[in-house]
Design a protein around this ligand. Sequence first.
Ligand code: UDP
Length: 468
Amino acid sequence: MAKTINVAIVTSPGYTHLVPIIEFSKRLINHHPNFHVTCIVPSLGPPPESSKAYLETLPSNIHSILLPPISKDQLPQNVHPVFLIQLTSTLSLPSIHEVLKSLCSQAPLKALVVDVFAYKAVEFAKEFNALSYFYFPSSAMTLSLLAHAPKLDEEVSGEFKDLSEPIKFPGCVPIMGVDLPDPSQSRASEIYKHFLERAKAIVTADGVLINTFLEMEPGAVRALEEFGNGRFKLYPVGPITQKGSVNEVDESDKCLRWLDKQPPWSVLYVSFGSGGTLSQKQIDELALGLELSGQRFLWVLRAPNNSASAAYLEASKEEPLQFLPSGFLERTKEKGLVVASWAPQVQILGHSSVGGFLSHCGWNSTLESVQEGVPLITWPLFAEQRMTAVMLTDGLKVALRPKFNEDGIAEKEEIAKVIKCLLEGEEGAGMRGRMRNLRDSAANALKDGSSTQTLSQLANHWENFSGI
Ligand code: UDP
């Protein structure tokens, strides 16, 4: 029997950071059954039910260890979720170390893979004689920003958002400073300091596993491979999503049954990820824009909040549908379905009636849309979502981006225009064609193409590694 190869992974808090790194572990053990993965899970407050339920479904050669949760009292109030995720990971370092020590006393560890927010844990690899890797749950374009951030920080004075010319990272589409991720928008802030620290840490590991695939971002992937004369090794192993391993849920019946009754490619699916929220004013405009477009829609609605990432770590308990404009549900009942807070996204995107996705451009949503060949309307809210929107619209040309007015609101006429253009227009048809090509490349990368080959190289490297 082949010898067991032990690998440990450290996740960071938040369901959408937990799932992709574990789905990666599943792929690893499916292709290389002699591997055993221990998944170390920090959490902010008690782990959410969704995370616990997900962890209970793991196969026997993935073992999860929930660390003692970090209490909210230990963290500052009213700060950006990115900062909370980062701090929770840092405060969990002693327990991460404890678990690694206990693991290594039983059997040698070949590799330690840590989510990029838990970057400080990567330093433990040396002590335990293991190879060290970051898991980067976003695009190669976003990783390019991190790779070049220390230099950018030296060369640019003032805020990036005030730069009049776009920034061009090697192999990537040019991007305006205002579209860079939240942590880089205010250079005097604490989250910028942590962002720079993460950026500097990236080159300290033996490699970076990234949830993208060569055919989607060839320029950025190739440029990163050459970055810094091989200072770090890049492993594009994506797209890794929950496709293929999601369970049916009650709400799925309602959404999918409704979709069954709609014509092919006719429905716009509208969702802002696991916690994105809109203001009341924006909910009103979006509702009226959907109505004005005359197109079919399936909208996952959350209660309003003026902070777009408010519900990311803690969901609101208010009933969302009460915040729709008066009479909207009645007037649109032949064309649309609105569901509260959550819907089975992967199955919805895979349904033949869905012809477009109005999305906040979270990386998981983006990859899920790519895997189903569904073109997008980009509506970025926070984190690196604006960067992804630029890549999808200007780079890959598989999405449309509505214009927002001076108050940051997309108005109903603008919304109706982009929806019609995506679902009815020639431009939309072109995008659908390009998205289908991307879907086929994604399937191929995972079948026996680039990402599967990369995974095999990595697994062989780990298998043959005999200690530092
Ligand atoms: N999701 C879902 N149903 C919903 C909203 C989100 O299944 O109603 C899933 C979606 O399929 C994706 C994840 O939640 O896998 C959202 O991740 P993403 O990276 O797009 O955004 P985030 O939640 O991190 O902002």
